[in-house]
Design a protein around this ligand. Structure first.
Ligand SMILES: NC(=O)c1ccc[n+]([C@@H]2O[C@H](COP(=O)([O-])OP(=O)(O)OC[C@H]3O[C@@H](n4cnc5c(N)ncnc54)[C@H](O)[C@@H]3O)[C@@H](O)[C@H]2O)c1
Length: 434
């Protein structure tokens, strides 16, 4: 298949590279000319494990290329994927469809021969029909169908998720488009990964329902963690105890500083908005959003407690600022609320993150970037473990404590235990829900 991938961000780039690895001919398009120039030079603009090698292999095989010439890429393609951003629209929580609609107009003008226009971006109910109308209106002669193909990959494990998905969801309006989509995903079908073919509206809803459900699961556990702290239970034991129940499952039960990232905050907001627009408030999702804010606020209280009630004059080392490990993505990361609050309270903040500096430099003004946790902890009053990078999972706690002016730790990912921290010389150890 000849595929054009419009949008070369976290989703578009991974999808384009993986489709080329399936054996398809893929042209990745972005309107950001600087990004395309880097890609053409063999440089991957994001941090995603394994992506650089896979990209180089498929470029070398002649199946993968990059351009900012959308029209040329679309004219050649049998399937055009839209993988542009759908951030939260300012003011009302709705998904901003400006980029999707602009891309649709551009695609319309360039279509040649029968083409399936596939939305991979996460979009509200009815958007695929809207894309169809926009294309049909601006190019009445175009021979095309639309398809919805929401993406479920996780940053940090994106290639494995794409190559070995729990499922692929495809929404279509007719067999002709279904056949093109089946051909694109044939390598997965042959390996027995489930491919769910459904209608457009169900495919659109599956994506929002999945993300809202996962955000609910995490938030539920974060709320249980708060209660654990008051009654003396250990949320890690509780998570294990309930996770062994097959109906609950053991994933997404780790208590932490509240969900963030490029998807859950905006997708829960968009689902809540869709509910309001249809006079059917999504009460659970709205509550989850509110509780998540409270969870974040509770984390700051923990930090303040560890600093005897005030950040003023304290030196604080923050380990990890990306929204999760194995990505450089900072969108809605907990660090973006926590670090400014520390600085605003009068603390000096040192930050260590294996990949976060390039993205984080402008987002976290006033911090000192360090490349080593022990250096960051020198004469510090508090260490905060914020993102569970592997680099922070096996710290020499004794060496860390010895460097500090006051050996205190707040571990917002529950990597260590109070017992181990105390044994290593920490006078204070505060986790989440224990
Ligand atoms: N990031 C994730 O983990 C993830 C997972 C599943 C689904 N999604 C969804 O996928 C979509 C894309 O997310 P992302 O994180 O990859 O976004 P991103 O912001 O990283 O990338 C979007 C890219 O699209 C480009 N673009 C915008 N308009 C364009 C146009 N008209 N022509 C060419 N290029 C254009 C931008 O320059 C940018 O490079 C969103 O709807 C998101 O909700 C994201």
């Amino acid at each position: 298949m000849r595929i054009a991938m419009i949008g070369t961000g976290y989703v578009g780039l991974v999808s384009g590279v993986c489709f080329s690895d399936f054996g398809h001919d893929v042209v990745c398009v972005d309107k950001d000319a600087a990004k395309i120039a880097r890609l053409q030079a063999g440089e991957v603009p994001i941090y995603e494990p394994g992506l650089e090698d896979l990209m180089a292999r498929n470029v070398a095989a002649g199946r993968l290329s990059f351009t900012d010439d959308l029209a040329a890429a679309v004219a050649e393609a049998e399937a055009v994927f839209i993988a542009v951003g759908t951030p939260t629209r300012r003011g009302d929580g709705h998904a901003d469809l400006t980029y999707v609609m602009a891309a649709s107009e551009e695609i319309a003008a360039a279509l040649q021969g029968y083409t399936v226009v596939v939305t991979k971006s996460t979009v509200p109910l009815g958007t695929n029909r809207q894309v169809k109308q926009v294309i049909a209106k601006s190019n009445p002669a175009a021979d095309f169908d639309v398809a919805s193909n929401p993406e479920f990959l996780r940053e940090g494990a994106a290639i494995d998720d794409f190559m070995r998905p729990d499922r692929v969801v495809v929404g279509v309006q007719n067999d002709r488009a279904a056949e093109v989509m089946a051909e694109i995903y044939r390598p997965l079908y042959l390996r027995d990964f489930p491919i769910l073919t459904t209608d457009l509206e169900s495919a659109e809803m599956i994506k929002y329902a999945a993300n809202a459900f996962l955000a609910t699961k995490i938030t539920f556990m974060n709320e249980i963690a708060g209660l654990c702290e008051r009654v003396g239970s250990d949320v890690k034991e509780v998570a294990r105890g309930i996770g062994l129940d097959g109906r609950i499952g053991n994933k997404f039960l780790h208590a932490g500083p509240g969900y963030g990232g490029s998807c859950f905050p905006k997708d829960t907001a968009a689902l809540a908005r869709i509910g309001q627009d249809h006079a059917y408030p999504m009460q659970i999702t709205e509550t989850v959003m509110r509780v998540n804010q409270e969870v974040k606020a509770r984390m700051l209280e923990k930090l303040r407690d560890a600093c005897d009630g005030s950040f003023n004059g304290k030196t604080i080392a923050v380990l990890g600022v990306t929204f999760k490990p194995n990505t450089d993505d900072m969108r809605e990361a907990p660090s973006l609320t926590i670090v400014p609050a520390l600085i605003g309270g009068g603390a000096k903040v040192r930050v260590v993150d294996p990949q976060g500096e390039a993205e984080g430099r402008d987002l976290l003004p006033g911090v000192k970037w360090e490349d080593d946790p022990y250096k960051a902890a020198r004469n510090a009053d508090l260490v905060v473990l914020l993102t569970e990078w592997n680099e922070f999972r096996a710290l020499d706690l004794k060496a860390l404590a010895r460097k500090m002016a006051q050996p205190r730790m707040v571990d917002l990912r529950n990597i260590y235990t109070a017992k181990a921290a105390k044994r290593a010389g920490f006078e204070t150890y505060i986790g989440v829900g224990r």
